[in-house]
Design a protein around this ligand. Structure first.
Ligand code: FAD
Length: 425
């Protein structure tokens, strides 16, 4: 029988932030971290850009500025990041303000997908040296809170304290756990939009500011900008009925070395808050995802801005020849007409934001620019927490993106630290 002082499910930043924080205060603790994968599958493994300015990554309902800044200081002390330089920000900010938009100037660093993997390996090595047991390739299935054990695909594991931090990938899993524990939750907020891909020359702001955070009217914002060795990728999701749907995402490798592809991609998303009778962002998103997959013959959709302006569907040939002068970094999408798949309220808000963006950074709406659809962010499971340390029932805690306490690596790390404080109380 396995028994630990602390069991942590998920080796992402929330899980690791908790583990390192516990070890710092009480190195004798017997800790187990388990993850379905060898290396965590969230932001540290994909692109790994870290934001160190409130409120980026810190949902306002759980984080007041003063508290978040206290934790951010500790996160900075831990990582000692090389903060990226920014230039000409005031110019972009002035242009944005004139249009009723804003540009947040934030401290950030970018390790890239390769740099992120290196970081994960270093952190796992440190944890191993501290004597933490790592069960990588083991999946938690269920929880018995009365007898204080979890069941994985390999065994039962008893705990004194348990943190479940399964990230966005664990969205459904966490909902199942909450149902089994009778924990009330809401998931009524979802971000829906497109991923834009263009040449760096059409969006040169990224030379001044790696991941510019623009905010537009109607709850639209830019998110997760990648450039240099940047790629759009496809993520596969499965509904509870077993239907598959796809969302796009983006990442970039570190700036070191060669193979720059000269492209930039970023998401432009609208936040949608649903109320009864459909108060589930997840169900809404799934249905939009399925509709897009249906139109795309099982693939995400892509459309050139030039075609979109003309109201025409993009065709295969528009992804090969002049004047459409670059090839998509995610080629296995379906050339299509995204306005057939996207609800008009969302599409109109996003297109208005893109026109504003093109005024602030002229060029981004070049006819060759590609819009991929859908990009959907499901990270709004909001359980009812019993205390400020994210406890959901006796000795069980949730944290990270899957549990709604963060929206980024640094916020997730800080959430894990906050759980550790609760466990040690
Ligand atoms: C593709 C992608 C790129 C991203 N890029 C960035 C970025 O550059 N910067 C940024 O700030 N944020 C980024 N994010 C958001 C980022 O993932 C999160 O903010 C952060 O990683 C969340 O940390 P977490 O610990 O909550 O979850 P994660 O980092 O997702 O870690 C959760 C872990 O739990 C494991 N898990 C899930 N269910 C189980 C189970 N049942 N049993 C065992 N293990 C399980 C998963 O395998 C996963 O490794 C990205 C997200 C994605 C999906």
């Amino acid at each position: 029988m396995s028994k630990y002082d602390v069991v942590i499910v998920g080796s992402g930043p929330a899980g690791m932030g908790c583990a390192f924080s516990l070890l710092e205060q009480k190195p004798s603790l017997k800790i187990l971290i388990l993850d379905s994968h060898k290396y965590s599958t969230g932001g540290m493994r994909n692109d790994c850009k870290m934001n160190f300015t409130y409120p980026i990554g810190f949902p306002l309902e759980y984080w007041e500025e003063e508290m978040a800044n206290e934790y951010l200081k500790k996160v900075i002390n831990f990582f000692e990041p090389d903060i990226l330089d920014k230039t000409n920000i005031e110019n972009y900010q002035k242009r944005a303000t004139r249009l009723g938009c804003s540009l947040l100037s934030i401290k950030q660093t970018h390790l890239g997908t390769d740099g992120g993997l290196l970081l994960i390996k270093q952190l796992l090595k440190k944890l191993d040296e501290y004597g933490v047991d790592l069960a990588l390739g083991e999946t938690m299935i269920s929880l018995n809170k009365d007898k204080k054990f979890i069941t994985t695909d390999k065994r039962d594991i008893y705990y004194s304290k348990l943190l479940i931090a399964p990230g966005r990938q664990g969205f459904h899993f966490l909902q199942d756990v909450m149902k089994s524990l009778n924990i009330d939750y809401v998931d009524n907020i979802v971000d829906i939009g497109v991923r834009v891909e263009t040449q760096i020359d059409q969006y040169p702001i990224v030379k001044d500011y790696y991941d510019p955070k623009f905010y537009f009217p109607e709850k639209v914002r830019t998110f997760c900008t990648n450039s240099g060795k940047a790629h759009v990728v496809r993520e596969t999701y499965t509904t509870s009925r077993g239907d598959k749907w796809y969302s796009v995402n983006g990442h970039a490798y570190s700036a070191n070395g060669t193979n720059q592809n000269g492209l930039v991609n970023f998401a432009i998303l609208k936040t949608v808050k649903l109320t009864a009778p459909l108060a589930s962002g997840q169900q809404y998103a799934e249905n939009l995802g399925i509709q897009a997959a249906l139109l795309g013959g099982g693939r995400p959709l892509m459309q050139r801005v030039g075609d979109f302006r003309l109201g025409s569907r993009s065709k295969e040939h528009t992804f090969n020849s002049d004047p459409y002068n670059f090839k998509p970094s995610l080629p296995n999408c379906c050339p299509s007409d995204i306005s057939l798949a996207m609800p008009s309220k969302i599409l109109r808000a996003i297109w208005r934001a893109m026109k504003n963006l093109d005024t602030i950074v002229p060029g981004v709406l070049h006819p060759s620019t590609i819009m991929y659809y859908p990009e959907i962010k499901l990270y709004a499971n909001k359980p009812t927490y019993k205390d400020e340390h994210f406890m959901v029932c006796d000795d069980v805690y949730f944290a990270g993106d899957g549990a709604g306490t963060s929206r980024g690596i640094t916020g997730a790390w800080a959430s894990g630290m906050r759980v550790a404080m609760g466990m040690l109380k």
